[in-house]
Design a protein around this ligand. Structure first.
Ligand code: BES
Ligand code: MN
Ligand code: ZN
Length: 503
């Protein structure tokens, strides 16, 4: 695993495989960002000119290599682009995360790099730490040993050079960046695991093992316990699969906690659509349909690793949605946990069914707020694109809080309304509600369905991460192909705000 540490050495004095500097697009061409001074001096002040000769412009995503000057302990200099030059050299956290991510990805196969980047304050140190860990990520779990032996290993070590001795704020920033990076990478691994390896039981077992390592309380309801408890939504979705469903509760508590949060994650380990089968072209990436549960799991572990003064409970609703002779049929009525009945008109609208059970169960513990995370609708991808998640809520103020938390955490999100007139589309003569409504506004319809299962008086928000959870495009910045770790940072940010009693 990649590690990041602070170093008081100068860029030229550290033995590494490469020294990384940052460059930006100034009004008159490429400019060096702070941190690059030592390297520039060794090039007799000609570094910007040299890089320009090599075609560099400072644009975001750019990575240009050149041999290190004489006297350097590293053989290579790598310049990464930050985009437009910032006023007074105050670079935004996202620009730093992306540049650090590009550097770590470019240096795959190297053992150690010295990052001589603009580290003006603790926020910058955290951004570079996180970007480096995320950029270094490679999914290797399914490669044979022979294949791995021929592949480049992820960058091993990153030293942030030019630090002050005993800088406590910087140390804490590396710590927070490391926890977030490692936990987002854990989420990515879970999302990237194929559905023949990750299914409800294996997922629950893993949560049990990792939870124990971090002193967390983990309870798993298996199919028998789910039947006894009347969890008709989770059972109804899981019944078509040879691999039975699970509901996992993972709890972190702090003795000085002022507030409590419940995170609920959609954990469909594979979504074939069920009897309402998805056509070819729509099911190849459906191993990603447990990304919400993975994010919830990682966020609870993060809260524990950071020792936040808050109580956080994660609920992972795990099932495999498959067609078979025992599968739920379009037309079946499910009796959900808590007693509401749902007519299943489309078995591909399964996420809301497993979430509904888990939301009702989470509400019984009367948390201050419930936040669910789900790869819920293609409609929301259509609305916001593939890199932004939607935030819906039962109170406008709480929606604004969650949206602001996402933005502060560096995640692209956008608030969406739960328009009341869409509710009647889910009316049915047969049951309390149907699991489908109008096609137009399908992402909001799904949100309105979930809202029906939130107990009176509890703040609730719903994050539809169907777009950003899984990157089908190419890698860029700190985002790889495949699982991304979407929503983890937002959930941790919310847990930190709750630790301040601010939710
Ligand atoms: N898991 C899908 C949503 C999805 C689509 C996630 C693409 C990631 C990428 C979800 O279970 C689903 O199938 N939703 C349906 C709902 C419809 C049947 C009401 C959809 O969006 O088409
Ligand atoms: Mn589906
Ligand atoms: Zn699904």
């Amino acid at each position: 695993m990649t590690s990041v540490s602070l170093s008081t050495s100068a860029a030229n004095a550290l033995r590494a495989d490469a020294v990384v500097v940052a460059v930006a697009k100034g009004p008159k061409g490429l400019v060096l960002a702070p941190g690059a001074e030592t390297v520039d001096e060794a090039f007799d002040g000609r570094l910007a000119a040299l890089l320009t000769t090599l075609g560099a412009t400072g644009a975001e995503g750019e990575a240009v290599k050149l041999p290190a000057p004489a006297g350097f302990k590293s053989p290579l200099v790598l310049a990464v682009g930050l985009g437009e030059a910032a006023e007074a050299d105050q670079y935004a956290a996202e620009a730093l995360r992306r540049a650090a991510g590009t550097a770590a990805r470019t240096l795959q196969g190297s053992k150690k790099a010295a990052f001589a980047l603009p580290l003006a304050d603790a926020a910058a140190v955290e951004a570079v730490t996180l970007g480096a860990l995320l950029g270094a990520y490679v999914f290797t779990a399914c490669r044979s040993e022979a294949d791995l032996a021929n592949a480049k290993a992820p960058l091993g070590e990153v030293a942030l050079v030019g630090g002050k001795r005993g800088d406590k704020a910087a140390k804490a920033a590396v710590e927070r960046g490391t926890v977030l990076g490692e936990e987002m990478n854990r989420t990515r691994d879970l999302v990237n695991l194929p559905p023949n390896d990750l299914f409800p039981k294996s997922f629950a077992d893993l949560v049990t093992t990792v939870g124990k390592e971090h002193g967390l309380k983990v309870e798993v309801l298996d199919e028998k316990a789910l039947t006894k408890g009347g969890f008709g939504g989770i059972l109804g979705v899981g019944t078509g699969s040879a691999r039975p469903p699970r509901l996992v509760r993972i709890g972190y508590t702090h003795p000085k906690a002022r507030q409590s949060l419940a995170f609920v994650g959609k954990g469909i380990t594979y979504d074939s659509g069920g009897i309402s089968l998805k056509p070819a072209g729509h099911n190849e990436t459906m191993k990603c349909d447990m990304a919400g549960a993975a994010a919830v799991f990682a966020a609870v572990v993060s809260a524990a690793r950071l020792g936040l003064q808050v109580n956080v409970t994660g609920w992972l609703a795990l099932a495999e949605n498959m067609p078979s002779g025992t599968a739920t049929r379009p037309g079946d009525v499910l009796r959900m946990y808590g007693g509401k009945t749902v007519e299943v008109l489309n078995t591909d609208a399964e996420g809301r069914l497993v979430l509904a059970d888990a939301i009702v169960r989470a509400g019984e513990e009367k948390p201050d707020a419930i936040v669910d995370v789900a790869t819920l609708t293609g409609a929301m991808m259509m609305a916001l694109g593939a890199r932004t998640f939607a935030v819906m809520a039962n109170q406008d103020a709480f929606r604004d809080t969650v949206y602001a938390a996402a933005t502060a955490a560096g995640e692209q999100a956008w608030p969406m309304p739960l328009l009341a007139d869409l509710r009647k589309g889910m009316d049915t003569p047969t049951a309390d509600i149907a699991n489908m409504g109008e096609r137009m506004g399908g992402g909001l319809v799904a949100g309105l369905f979930l809202k029906e299962f939130v107990a009176e008086g509890i703040s609730w928000a719903h994050l539809d991460i169907a777009g950003p959870a899984y990157n089908e495009g190419s890698a860029s910045g700190y985002t790889p192909k495949g699982g991304t770790g979407s929503a983890v940072r937002t959930l941790v940010q919310l847990a930190e705000q709750a630790a301040e009693g601010a939710l």
